[in-house]
Design a protein around this ligand. Structure first.
Ligand SMILES: *[C@@H]1O[C@H](CO)[C@@H](O)[C@H](O)[C@H]1NC(C)=O
Ligand SMILES: *[C@@H]1O[C@H](CO)[C@@H](O)[C@H](O)[C@H]1NC(C)=O
Ligand SMILES: *[C@@H]1O[C@H](CO)[C@@H](O)[C@H](O)[C@H]1NC(C)=O
Ligand SMILES: *[C@@H]1O[C@H](CO)[C@@H](O)[C@H](O)[C@H]1NC(C)=O
Ligand SMILES: *[C@@H]1O[C@H](CO)[C@@H](O)[C@H](O)[C@H]1NC(C)=O
Ligand SMILES: *[C@@H]1O[C@H](CO)[C@@H](O)[C@H](O)[C@H]1NC(C)=O
Ligand SMILES: *[C@@H]1O[C@H](CO)[C@@H](O)[C@H](O)[C@H]1NC(C)=O
Ligand SMILES: *[C@@H]1O[C@H](CO)[C@@H](O)[C@H](O)[C@H]1NC(C)=O
Ligand SMILES: *[C@@H]1O[C@H](CO)[C@@H](O)[C@H](O)[C@H]1NC(C)=O
Ligand SMILES: *[C@@H]1O[C@H](CO)[C@@H](O)[C@H](O)[C@H]1NC(C)=O
Ligand SMILES: *[C@@H]1O[C@H](CO)[C@@H](O)[C@H](O)[C@H]1NC(C)=O
Ligand SMILES: CC(=O)N[C@H]1CO[C@H](CO)[C@@H](O)[C@@H]1O
Length: 600
């Protein structure tokens, strides 16, 4: 193939940069050593199919490195240690949304040890020829559009150590044959359409360090955990797990996420063995019993919320610094007692604010236009799990979640937001890698219009994608919501409107991650929901009927029960990883009704 001098020079410079950075393989070839002819033919064919023509120039001489942006990368690495020619051992092509197929020629590169095709737009099913790549140790194809059933040929890849296949559309059962991959240290399968049960034989994967399974249909029981001495992160969110959790010997466990399953057993028995962990998320299950006080310590982010039978005493913790690490249902009486907000249900309409707003992740801002509104401050760092209560305005923000591999403060900044006449509000945001809930308490019962405002200020460049779900009043209103798509670009404000009925004086808005969207672009943990503003107002209904809020000691036990159920989980609901970045919650509350009332 003819090559122009500038192309050679460019490749040379890139190679130099790579060598200088020392990011490549241990066995760096001396520059200019030829690539094995068959490998070169195969790779050139692959690059032609992907129209990565510029890079094909370097195919005969390894390595090839091209970074078009921080997330769009092409890298070819070689092993030249055997007999003068280089075999291609590494291939990374990531971040190309115009790459939609896996060329068959790729499977001629049988010496591949590491193959990273994540964050492209690959579709169709995984070709059976993948079984030819028997030397693979790393195979990442997460964040694509692959479908079909779980590739059985995977079990031929006996040397696999790291397998990332999350966020695709692969369906069907998880095959038992994964048990054959005994060298696996890092297995991540979630955000797809797979069915449980999780094969019991997973327990034989004794080298696991990271296991992340999630979003499975059907039920699984907790019987696949082995003697995983090196396991540091275990995430089994939304896996349909039922029954008891049997205590396991996982001495290195630092991160445990069992959110949104149906597990029952004593919370004490579950937590105590892991009291030296850093993150424990076990919300939305059926655990029971007393929360052991010794587990509550500043080094642990804990979420035990929405476990109706768990109880403990929170009141002595409110106001303590450590309480920001907690996220759990309070004493089963009612959390309002613990939060000293008993009176909020008794608020009368005349005491109510005429408008109500929150500036998520930011300071208080007063607006007079388009309508007079004070955006309440919401800048508390909620750590890995926590909640903030505004007792004067009667709202609560609750967050649970953290990326196992990346700490984040939960608050991010952005700038240059267009499409809004309130750009000031879009400068900050609250983030959470799992779930974020906003509660507004003491509302007059009636029909409300909720308006949610968004703008993507984190994933503003390149191929990263944020997808999250939105529930209002426990009802899902959006699945895989994509702000950038909705707004037709990053840094552009958008909004959605939804009508709800408030019948127990509480409005709950829940934003959560359900396993989809990129995990690591532009940085690890940059996934999950993001919200700018919420506006509440009574609907445009002709004559909104405002019923007085229930008194706390209502005769209606059922009503009380319902309220307790909702409030008790006040702090967490860590359903999934929610990055609420750049969020402003703008609660415009009862404005219409009050205007109507005062006019009447
Ligand atoms: C791939 O390998 C097969 C034989 O194993 C060969 O027939 C074919 O030409 C190769 N294709 C490329 C593009 O290398
Ligand atoms: C994908 O985009 C890159 C530029 O970013 C371009 O070089 C390549 O030719 C495109 N590939 C396809 C298949 O269109
Ligand atoms: C290639 O991909 C592997 C697996 O994701 C990664 O560990 C490695 O750092 C990447 N190499 C380069 C040079 O991008
Ligand atoms: C991914 O590929 C499909 C075709 O398979 C195309 O319709 C879609 O627009 C592509 N996605 C992106 C983000 O480019
Ligand atoms: C996934 O691929 C299908 C075609 O197989 C296409 O219609 C769809 O748009 C793709 N989805 C995305 C998100 O690119
Ligand atoms: C697994 O890892 C061990 C030690 O690194 C290695 O000797 C072995 O070849 C690998 N492959 C299989 C299939 O066990
Ligand atoms: C792989 O695991 C299955 C059980 O799921 C077993 O029947 C099969 O013999 C194993 N294959 C190999 C090659 O060991
Ligand atoms: C809280 O629940 C536990 C167990 O269900 C029960 O024993 C206890 O009496 C309850 N406490 C209160 C104050 O209701
Ligand atoms: C609660 O919100 C009001 C504005 O609505 C604000 O003035 C007050 O400082 C907030 N309180 C706390 C504790 O954040
Ligand atoms: C909400 O979005 C619509 C377009 O979808 C826009 O016309 C409207 O001005 C937005 N509302 C606010 C208050 O920004
Ligand atoms: C609230 O909405 C429901 C159904 O959406 C309707 O039946 C009811 O009349 C509405 N109430 C008011 C006060 O507008
Ligand atoms: C050389 C080699 O192993 N080729 C195999 C690649 O995979 C296909 C499909 O599984 C097989 O048919 C080939 O024999």
């Amino acid at each position: 193939m003819a090559r122009s001098a500038p192309a050679v020079a460019a490749v040379f410079l890139l190679v130099l940069a790579l060598l200088t950075l020392g990011t490549a393989q241990g066995q760096q070839p001396p520059f200019g050593q030829p690539t094995n002819a068959a490998d070169a033919v195969a790779l050139r064919a692959v690059f032609q199919r992907w129209r990565l023509g510029g890079n094909a120039a370097g195919v005969d001489q390894c390595p090839v490195v091209l970074a078009e942006s921080f997330a769009m990368n092409v890298f070819v690495g070689c092993d030249c240690s055997r007999g003068g020619e280089c075999r291609i051992t590494d291939l990374n092509v990531t971040g190309y949304k115009n790459i939609t197929e896996i060329p068959r020629e790729l499977f001629n590169l049988t010496e591949l040890v590491s193959l990273d095709l994540s964050n492209n737009n690959l579709s169709g099913s995984i070709p059976p020829e993948v079984g030819n790549l028997s030397k693979l140790e790393i195979w990442h194809f997460n964040n694509n559009n692959l479908s079909g059933s779980f590739p059985h040929e995977l079990s031929l890849l006996r040397n696999l150590q790291s397998l990332w296949m999350f966020d695709n559309y692969i369906e069907g059962p998880i095959p038992e044959s994964i048990q054959n991959l005994t060298n696996l240290t890092d297995l991540r399968i979630y955000g797809m359409k797979l069915q449980g049960p999780i094969p019991k034989k997973f327990s034989t994967l004794s080298n696991l360090e990271v296991l992340m399974l999630g979003d499975l249909e059907g039920n699984s029981s907790f019987n696949f955990i082995g003697e995983w001495r090196n396991l540091s992160a275990l995430s089994l969110r939304n896996c349909g797990l039922t029954g008891q959790v049997t205590p396991q010997n996982l001495p290195k466990l630092k991160y445990l996420d069992l959110t949104r399953n149906n597990l029952s057993s004593s919370i004490e028995g579950l937590l105590l063995p892991y009291k030296n962990s850093n993150y424990i998320y076990v919300g939305e299950n059926n655990f029971s019993g007393r929360l052991p006080p010794e587990i509550i310590q500043p080094s642990l982010a804990l979420d035990v919320s929405y476990n109706p039978f768990v109880y403990g005493n929170l009141s002595n913790l409110v106001g303590q610094p450590m309480y920001k690490f907690l996220s759990f249902s309070c004493e089963n009486v009612t959390i309002l007692n613990c939060l000293r907000m008993k009176e909020c249900n008794r608020r009368t309409l005349t005491n109510s604010a005429t408008s109500f707003a929150i500036n998520c992740g930011g300071r208080q801002i007063d607006y007079s236009d388009p309508m007079p509104t004070v955006f309440s401050e919401d800048s508390t760092d909620l750590g890995g799990a926590g909640f903030h209560i505004n007792t004067t305005s009667h709202w609560v923000v609750s967050h649970a979640g953290s990326d196992p591999f990346n700490k984040s403060t939960g608050i991010v900044n952005g700038s240059n937001i267009s499409g809004t006449n309130m750009p000031e509000l879009f400068k900050t945001a609250r983030t959470s890698t799992s779930s974020l809930r906003y509660y507004v308490l003491g509302l007059a019962n009636g029909n409300y219009t909720v308006k949610l405002f968004f703008a993507e200020i984190v994933i503003t460049d390149g191929p990263g994608q944020r997808l999250f779900d939105i529930d209002i009043q426990d009802k899902n209103i959006r699945k895989d919501f994509d702000i950038t798509k909705e707004a037709q670009g990053p840094r552009i404000a958008t909004n959605i409107t939804h009508d709800v009925i408030v019948d127990n004086s509480i409005l709950v808005i829940h934003l959560y991650w359900s396993g989809r969207g990129t995990c690591c672009i532009p940085y690890k943990g940059a996934y999950g929901p993001l919200v700018k503003c919420l506006i509440f107002s009574v609907t445009r209904s002709q004559e909104p009927k405002i019923s007085p809020p229930q008194a706390p000691h209502s005769d209606s036990a059922r009503q009380d029960e319902k309220r307790r159920g909702v409030i008790a989980g006040i702090a967490a609901l860590c359903i999934a990883a929610a990055v609420i970045s750049s969020s402003i919650v703008y609660l415009w509350w009862k404005w219409v009704s009050l205007v109507k009332r005062s006019m009447a």
